[in-house]
Each structure stands twice: as C-alpha cells, then as structure tokens.
Design a protein. Sequence first.
Length: 274
Amino acid sequence: MRTVKIALIVFVLLLLLFRVKESIPTLETTVSKALEDTKGTYSVYIKNLKTEEKYVLNGDRVFDAGSLYKIWLMGAVFEKIKNNELEEDEILEQKIDILNQKFEITSEDAELTTGVINMTVKSALERMITISHNYAALLLTENVGISKLKVFLEQNGFNKSAVGVPPKTTVTDTGLFFEKIYKGELVDQEASKKMIEILKKQKLNEGLPKYLSSDAQVAHKTGDIGWSKHDGGIVFAQNGDYIIVVMSESSSPMGAQERIANLSKAVYGYFKMQ
C-alpha cells in the first residue's frame, strides 16, 4: 500500500514538473505566440550574441529586399574606402535624369525627374540608411557598380541574396550581415563600427524599436516594396545584445509593420527574463 502511495506521489510530482516545464516560454513559443493569426508569410531570424541562442523561421524563404539592399551597398562603399578608391568627404554628383535613365526608372516611378544631386559619400551613406533616401543610394550605386556589388555578396557569403530588379534576400543572409558587422568582420573592424553607428541613427522606427524600452539601442534598416514589409538589425540591451530580422509579405503591409513591432517587443521581453 505504501509503495502504491509513493508511486502515486512521484507520478503527481512528475506531472506537475512537466506542466511547469511546458509553461516556461521558449524563443520558439515566444515568436509563435506573437505571430498567431497572421495573414501572409513571415520569416524570422533571431540570435542572441551573448548566449548563442537562436531561432529561425522560414530562413531560406526569398523575399523582394526592398531597401534592405542598401545595407549591402553600404558595405561595398566602405570596402572602396578601405581600398583607397573612395573617400568619405569626396563629393559625388550626377544629374537626376541620367540616374533615372541609367537605372531604368520610368517617369511614373521616379521620385525626382530634374535637377542635380550632389553630396559627400558620408552624407549619402547616412541619408541612404537613416531616411532610406533612394537617390543617395543611386548615386552610391553608380560609383560602386552593380558588378562589384554582386562580388561583395559572393565574397561575404550572402548566397541567397541577389542584385537585380528587384533585389532579393533572406532573413538568414540579412542576419549574417548584422552578425559580421557586430563582430567587426565586414570589411574591417573600423568600417563595421562606422556602419553600426550609422544604423543606430535610423529615423524610420515604427518597426523593431517601436515598443522597446529606452535602455535599448537598435541599429537597424527597414525595407518595403509592394506587399513586403521588413526590418532587421541589432538590439543592444542590458541583458545581452541580439540580432533580429523579420520579413513579411501580406495584403496589409502596415499591419505587418505593427506585427513586427509587437514581435520585437515580445523577443525583447523574453531575453530580458533570461
């Protein structure tokens, strides 16, 4: 009789332990809950740079990159600077109509059609990233060249990304980009540090940073095109820095942007409790 009672107690304790363990959130369950009832397709890449904890959802799903391609361009520009082929205070200048023609931008799609754009390389980089200025990007692309941008992707192992119309990428490639600059491995340590500082100045903050507390700094870049809405970067937090990249394609890009903000908040809260 006593043996039966002990066995019953052990069973109850094991059951309680299982339920407690089941109720403890994981990174996967945190993301799944934040994405409940989503309409559309989402890809997520998260990596804690302190603990190495990682979660990837649809990591190889290829999306139209939108303005996320500008982080590759930033890297390629800093590579030219390192090789003494370009200087940060060098002034770039071109006529708007020539840029439109060179990059096959129709008059219906062009943000600008006349005049001249000129700015320093440093200014072009900051405007391209922080406010996603398209003509700053075109000015830099003209200088770097599409072929060199393709080589840059290949040399850095961004194998699922492609320069084209439109550019393509994945959360895994984008996550790798941010990990490389965090570790000082993209171009070199100095260039990686400068890229992070530019990304920290981001003005388009309705995605990843929107609901984070003031003690967190976010170095990130947004991207949107058509039905796609993306945001990716590095969150510098007291409990440990981490990478988070979210890409989406849905019938409601603005709804997806809010979903990205809420997912970011949930992940931040998860890591804060670890």
